[in-house]
Design a protein around this ligand. Sequence first.
Ligand code: GLP
Length: 260
Amino acid sequence: MEVVIVPDAAAGGELIAEALATLVRRKPEALLGVATGSTPLPVYEALAAKVRAGEVDASRARICQLDEYVGLPAGHPESYRSVVLREVVEPLGLDESAFMGPDGTAEDVQAACEAYDRALREAGGVDLQLLGIGTDGHIGFNEPCSSLASRTRIKTLTQQTREDNARFFDSLDEVPHHVITQGIGTILEARHLVLLATGEGKADAVAQAVEGPVAALVPASALQLHPHATVVVDEAAAGKLKLAEYFRATYAAKPEWQGL
Ligand code: GLP
């Protein structure tokens, strides 16, 4: 696992946007896995700016979703489908046909989960999966004690995650209890995992994920099992890393040609 400590969220966004742009230049039809929440927004803004400036042609890129609420009506502004279309697909100038995600409105949720895992495989697999991290260490919506081998499936949110996400809704009561998420085993199949964490509120979760044991209790610690995982953190989110100086020195000495 590589840990990159950046000065702030904007620098993290720029770094990851450049990694995405490099990938798309090499593989124009790359399948980019995106995350929701506030953290990745600087990545999407920086990537869209590169597209507008003609630094990268993303017109053949494909976008896939990590997770989804169950039961929000189609078109609900806070369904993750709506969020990804609004924050990623449209700003990149892509058509909705370039987007794939699990169906949170399906009557048969289990069948929708299996169909999504199948669709990801048939699409050739995810080239780069961007991840955020929950304050409890979750990735996607894999809450603590999710199986490290899990596939896309339905999960029940913890009260903490519902409270964290209530800011996107009019009240806590409106936050769904159930979600569909790519499983940890599904996420680990992406060719490159990039987790971005910013702010002091993520410092404990980051330290446990990066320097703690691999444990289902901290789902993000599963990144330790991946051969190409990059964790990008700002100074505040890096605040509890014991090896911070080592991570800084390693990145400072990294040959530029390696990229992320
Ligand atoms: C939600 C999403 C996660 C995201 C997390 C953190 O739970 N399902 O993918 O990483 O929120 O969000 P934020 O970046 O807003 O802190």
